[in-house]
Every structure is written in C-alpha cells, then in structure tokens.
Design a protein around this ligand. Structure first.
Ligand SMILES: [Fe+2]
Length: 236
C-alpha cells in the first residue's frame, strides 16, 4: 500500500491510497480547489481511481468527489444514509471497501454530521472531522445534522481500535505530524473525558470561539446537490 497526504498547503487534508500492485487508487476527502493536482497525480503515476470518498457532508469546502466521478468514472462513496446527491456507492457499517487487494473498513460515527464515517486501513485511521490531532480535540457539532450526544457515543467506538493506527484527520494546521491512536489517547482532551457532561462543556466552549463557517452557504448546497456553482467566491 502507498499512503500519502495531498494538498499539504491547505487546511483541509486529502489522502491518497494506492494498491501498488494493481495501481488502483482511492482519494479520501478530495477538495474541489485542488482538482488539477489530483488529476496530475493520477496521470503522472498511471493510477486508476476506483473511489472518491467523502468522510461526511462537508460544510467548509466543496468536495471534488462528484467532479472526479464525472471526469474519471470512479465511484463516489459515502455513508448509506447521506443526504448528498451524486453518490454512486453507499457504504455500510463494517463494509470492507476494496481498492485492488487493499481492504479499508468502514465505521459509522455520527456526531459532527449524521453521515460521518471513519475509514480504517491496516495502518491508518482516517477520521475526517470526527477526531483531530492532540489538542485539536474533535470537530464541532453545531453545524447542520451535528449532534453533540451522538458524537460522544461515537467516540466510544474508538476503544476497540488498535492503538498503533496513525490518526489522519480532515483538518490540521499545515505541517502537523499525524500521530498514533495511542498517542492521541494520551494527548487528545476528548479521549480523556469520562462523561458526556465534560464533552458537552468542551464542545460548547470550542464552538463559541469558532464563529460561523465562511464558506458554508456555497459549499453545503454544492455538496448536497452535487452541483459546482458558476461562481465560487474564494476561487478565481
Ligand atoms: Fe466537516
């Protein structure tokens, strides 16, 4: 397996998974702003894109999943109950997504959104906005379909996962080193909490400091209706 983080200059992380033998690939949480980069990587390395996966309905960027499906014919995969249009492969709990001979396990972890999933490879855990690195804690639960109590319940699902998995999140400051799940068990505040009340108080404090999501009114409808707007305010 080849595993790589793309668009490192941005705050939203995309991951490339490749079954090196068959050259079949998957892009996890690709961002529309970086479409050219993805297409170049696929072409230069002669990769076949089997899947573009969104870990959840993103509110802070336009997903490239639908556009990649249109351009390459790959499957666009999301949790089975997502509201998003354009999805061609609906994921189920404990499903093994096969990228060539590489197996990726799906876990449903509602909370940040109701359609959020984790993807578990043999070595990495892709957590989207469900869990961030260390002090980053977890994604906010006050956006559409977010539920703080669901998120708390979903966090308990991590207990059964192997501590050596490298936690690869959906957002970090550029250059952040990804750490193991065991490291996060020691350094991530939300993994040290013992009660829902603690988590609820932490979410309330964090979200109060975040304010509104600047791109949400463009990004959320684009992602739900699988339509790229004619004018994207943050792109030329
Ligand atoms: Fe998100």
């Amino acid at each position: 397996m080849h595993f790589e983080q793309l668009n490192q200059s941005g705050w939203a992380q995309t991951y490339l998974l490749v079954d090196t033998e068959s050259k079949k690939a998957a892009l996890i949480d690709p961002v529309y702003d970086f479409m050219d980069e993805y297409l170049n990587v696929l072409e230069e390395r002669d990769l076949n894109l089997d899947f573009a996966v969104a870990t959840h309905t993103h509110a802070d960027h336009i997903t490239a999943c639908y556009s990649l499906r249109e351009l390459t014919g790959c499957e666009y995969a999301m949790w089975k109950d997502t509201a998003c249009l354009g999805v061609s492969h609906y994921l189920n709990e404990d499903e093994q997504l096969m990228i060539g001979s590489l197996s990726v396990k799906v876990h449903h972890v509602p909370g940040h959104t109701n359609d959020h999933i984790l993807l578990e490879t043999p070595t990495h855990l892709l957590t989207g906005d469900f869990l961030f690195t260390g002090e980053g804690g977890a994604g906010r639960d006050d956006l559409p379909s977010g539920r703080v109590d669901e998120h708390w319940r979903s966090l308990q699902k991590l207990d059964s996962l192997h501590g050596n998995l490298i936690v690869c999140t959906g957002h970090e400051p550029p250059g952040t080193e990804m750490k193991s799940l065991d490291w996060n068990r020691e350094h991530n505040p939300v993994l040290q909490m013992s009660s829902y009340e603690q988590y609820h108080a932490w979410q309330a404090k964090v979200t109060a400091g975040l304010g509104s999501v600047s791109k949400i009114k463009t990004a959320l409808p684009a992602n739900i209706f699988a339509e790229i707007p004619d004018h994207i305010p943050w792109m030329n």
